[in-house]
Design a protein around this ligand. Sequence first.
Ligand SMILES: [Zn+2]
Length: 482
Amino acid sequence: MPTLYQPEILYAEGHAQAGSALLVGDDGIVERIVAPDEISSLTSDIRRVAMPGRALLPAFANVHSHSFQRLFRGCAEGRRAGGDTFWTWREQMYRAAAFADPDQMYSIARAVFLEMAQAGTSLVGEFHYVHRDRNGRVYTNPNALAESILAAARSLGLRITLLRTAYFRAGFNLAPHPGQRRFYEQPDEYLANLDSLAAAHCAQPLVRVGAAPHSIRAVPLSSFHPIAEWTRKHARPMHLHISEQPAENEASLREFGATPVSLLAAEGLLDARTTLVHAIHITEAEMEQIASARATICSCPTTERNLGDGIFPADLAARLGVPIAFGSDSQAQIHPFEDARQLEYHLRLRDRERGVLDGSAREAWRNSQPIGASLIEAMTANGYRSLGFAGGHLAAGEPADFLTLRLDAIELLGADAASLAEQVVFAASPSAVDAVYVQGRPILQDGEHAESASIRAEYQQVRRDFLRFQQQFPDPFREVLP
Ligand SMILES: [Zn+2]
């Protein structure tokens, strides 16, 4: 029997409608949006779910996540603990990467995914590059850690794209870095493991497997092509880090005489399945190349400000019509609302202007949406497309992946259909999220998941184990570990 969800405000197909309802089939697919004056004339063989005081929106896609980095949240913020640059922070990250076994990885990912669900997320893109055991040896199942991540998402009911990451070297003319010993694979070995992971999960409707050459730095060009070829052959997403730090551009210039984006464009490695993560230090000509390839950019503003990466030129992307999606990346925060508003706020501080990303007030911009709708599209549909799933608009035929917000949450009091998009983007927080549905099934109700208590307890245990591990092995990747 189809279900009719009747919120106070429905945000679907890019705009808010007071009193409209969402009709969802038994298969979890949206049948249609029902206008207020049609609701009373619907036949009686429909289950009706009244949602008074709620706004219903497409749920969010978190396009770029490294779950294990949650372990050292708050532990590398000061100069003594984390150093003063991205590169000194990265050494701390390697110490965290040295720790988790498959069971611990599962518990960490569950806590991260619970936090995402509680922030309104229905779909995560896990950019996963920890493949080997603590000593750099291959697990009996070379995809053991990837399977832990997938099992964690499945245990919560979350939709996931596992972006199995290729990491072959420390960088151009650099010796292998011991902190990366759990990441390295040989190119042929990587492709075989990618193939078997994709084959093992091809029948699961909530799972996709994609490929992620980590970066131009970590994957030599000759190995890039076969990975891109694999994504084309199997119609899968390809994600990579690009131009997060100026040093990455400089190394690319030294090795190839070209910056990373222009190199990819010249090599025919950019297309509509490609998502470039960060793309902060790029020129207008490079943004044109991204636009003409119809690639997506995943911006991670809460991480980028935390790491001091720089300001992503979102106005340039919007002017040229490059789709933007969001990721929590280092898990410094898991806060999709904050990611969305920071995209605009960073530009306001840079330019000392307001409404920088308001395409509706900009002539000749290819993204001509109002600012709220545009940023909600980035939080939802752009992320779904980037991760290889249909959805994100709640249009007929799309999966019913949606969230509800409590309109009596203090920050949303007074929100109406006219102001909903901007109130959500500029004022809402995860604490206003009431429910999250994936393919028509609730995974979060009253702000909690059914397994919340055990997920929290497991994470606390792993966190204690991690602190003990750090005391025992202050320099873990230079030792043989148990
Ligand atoms: Zn990343």
